[in-house]
Design a protein around this ligand. Structure first.
Ligand code: PGA
Length: 251
């Protein structure tokens, strides 16, 4: 059965004290849930404390990024092993904010994805088109390029350990959520790319999350679609009750 995942991307929000409080509030409501898998992704500084706060729960912790090298003179960077030993089992890679604000390319996302898999982290690899690309009718081409570049060379065993997030850039932080039909169209397209590269059984196993202005009030409609296996939630993951409402929409 395909995994269902609700992941919260806290971005650059929450001090250690605030992050621990939010994690504890989420744990109180959905801490014992095994399905869907609930993942919270605080800033690096709060990873250890949040992991400790969630120790006796089913909730997993993820980082929002990592560097591809094991160690070295990379001022300000954090390695995959550092992320792992801070209590993480997931890492978000290739988020559109990393791609646009920090110049991350598909090739770099690919190297990071391989490194994450090598240390035993589950990468959540993000793809998504801008509004201009969608309006120019280039949506499928952009998604295919990002898919090919970011996931290049992964074996079937490796791809089964990857989570893909479709995050249309025009829907992130804008309040303009994709309709369930718009999201499903792209999710089906991505599943088709997986089928073509691997095979149908492999493609069926892979969780494809939707991200972009998901809230408690629109989550159920998205989750009703066959190829939408959960959500990567930004703004709405910063409030426990809103995030929990999204988790409950998946049950
Ligand atoms: P949003 O962000 O839910 O605030 O739109 C989603 C994301 O960037 O992962």
């Amino acid at each position: 059965m395909r995994r269902k995942i609700i992941a919260g991307n806290w971005k650059m929000h929450k001090t250690i004290v605030e992050a621990t409080a939010l994690a504890s509030a989420v744990k109180k409501e959905v801490g014992t849930l095994e399905h869907p898998s609930v993942v919270v992704c605080p800033p690096y500084t709060a990873l250890t404390e949040v992991s400790m706060a969630l120790k006796d729960s089913e909730i997993q912790v993820g980082a929002q990024n990592m560097h591809q090298e094991d160690s070295g003179a990379f001022t300000g960077e954090v390695s995959a092993e550092m992320v792992l030993t801070s209590g993480c089992s997931y890492v978000i890679l290739g988020h559109s904010e990393r791609r646009t604000l920090f110049s991350e390319t598909d090739q770099l996302v690919n190297v990071k994805t391989r490194k994450a898999l090598a240390v035993g982290l589950t990468p959540i690899v993000c793809v998504g088109e801008t509004l201009a690309q969608r309006q120019a009718g280039r949506m499928e081409q952009v998604i295919e390029e990002q898919f090919n570049g970011s996931l290049e060379g992964l074996s079937a065993d490796e791809i089964r350990r990857v989570v893909i997030a479709y995050e249309p850039v025009w829907a992130i932080g804008t309040g303009q959520v994709a309709t369930p039909e718009q999201a499903e169209e792209v999710h089906r397209y991505i599943r088709g790319l997986l089928t073509r590269r691997y095979d149908q059984a492999t493609a069926e196993e892979i969780a494809i999350l939707y991200g972009g202005s998901v809230k408690g009030s629109n989550a159920a409609g998205l989750f009703a679609k066959e190829n939408i296996d959960g959500a990567l939630v930004g703004g709405a993951s910063l409030k426990a009750d809103e995030f929990v409402a999204i988790v409950r929409a998946m049950i």
